[in-house]
Design a protein around this ligand. Structure first.
Ligand SMILES: Nc1ncnc2c1ncn2[C@@H]1O[C@H](COP(=O)(O)OP(=O)(O)OP(=O)(O)O)[C@@H](O)[C@H]1O
Length: 293
């Protein structure tokens, strides 16, 4: 068998032990794994002679017990043949697009409000809507209020990342706002319903972070909605029934965050931890607002 032949033709002493512990599944896999690893298949002796060769002749390393820190640093630098760089070793992080979704009444608005207070470099995207402005609402803060015609022109000009007709009014996410704030280094937060999150997943794929916010239980979620005292009994019934269906969509998200009763602060901390973890990724998400050919 090819597997056996490969093992027997390569001396045991030169095999990387990591690969020996891995049971190969197909012979071609072995060949591709072995080929680039060949420089590592050195015996301890040849490795040591290789590093001897790399060291420039005459570079003297002073005794570590007695040498001064700077002296040792300089000697190591000269042994390397080039100065040590002060450039950051971690790649600079890219702005994130974070999509926050979850059933009605779970606390999305509360979470986003707190998150934008504790993290100043987050921009919560203001949605455009064709709905009439309500008393107390501020244009550009609560929504960008536009006429139905203006909204449809935005759709035609491909200015919206996603839009929907909600109870007869259009709502949509302006792309330019995202571009502008990302260019300034802000992370972007989008708040959408579960349906919107599903559409955004199709558009953004894995380039954005999708967070599903839940209460600790269905019963807590219903109590929260009741306590909010903003819904009629019909609306309550619709929201509760919708929530049960929406919970089934959790599997399409990257993270689930629990907003437990009276524990909004922990929920905000969890969101911050997610953001920090995303920023520490070696391969970072690269947001694409438009299809790239
Ligand atoms: N951790 C928590 N403990 C107790 N109450 C909370 C918590 N988080 C939010 N709430 C309350 O729950 C209610 C719903 O919160 P919020 O309006 O933020 O939810 P939402 O998900 O944005 O709802 P909707 O999708 O219907 O707009 C509010 O009355 C809020 O004060």
């Amino acid at each position: 068998m090819l597997i056996r032949r490969l093992y027997t033709t390569i001396p045991q002493s030169s095999l990387n032990p990591f690969f020996l512990t891995k049971k190969p599944t197909n012979p071609f896999h072995i060949i591709t794994q072995f080929t680039p690893k060949i420089p590592n298949f050195q015996t301890p002796k040849s490795i040591s002679s290789m590093s001897e060769n790399r060291r420039p002749a005459g570079a003297q390393i002073p005794a570590v017990e007695t040498a001064d820190r700077t002296e040792l640093y300089r000697a190591l630098e000269s042994s390397m043949g080039s100065s040590f760089s002060s450039e950051p070793l971690a790649p600079s992080s890219r702005p994130l697009v974070i999509v926050i979704s979850g059933p009605s009444g779970v606390g999305k608005d509360c979470l986003i409000k707190c998150l934008t207070e504790v993290r100043k470099n987050i921009h919560f995207v203001v949605t455009a809507t064709s709905r009439a402005m309500r008393p107390g609402e501020v244009h550009g803060k609560d929504y960008f209020f536009v006429s139905k015609e203006e909204f449809l022109t935005m759709v035609e000009n491909d200015e919206l990342l996603e839009y929907a007709l909600v109870y007869g009014d259009y709502k949509g996410i302006p792309k330019q706002q995202i571009r502008d704030y990302m260019a300034k280094g802000y992370d972007i937060v989008l708040r959408v319903d579960i349906q919107g999150a599903s559409t955004l997943r199709k558009i953004l794929g894995d380039s954005a972070v999708f967070v599903f916010l839940v209460a600790e239980s269905e019963s807590e979620l219903v109590m929260r909605l009741i306590d909010r005292k903003t819904e009629s009994k019909e609306s309550l019934m619709v929201r509760v029934a919708t929530a049960r269906e929406e919970l089934k969509q959790m599997k399409n998200f990257d993270y689930v965050v629990v907003n437990a009763e009276g524990k909004l602060e922990s929920c905000v901390k969890m969101m911050e931890a997610i953001i920090d973890a995303e920023k520490a990724k070696v391969v970072q998400r690269r947001v694409m607002l438009d299809y790239e050919s």
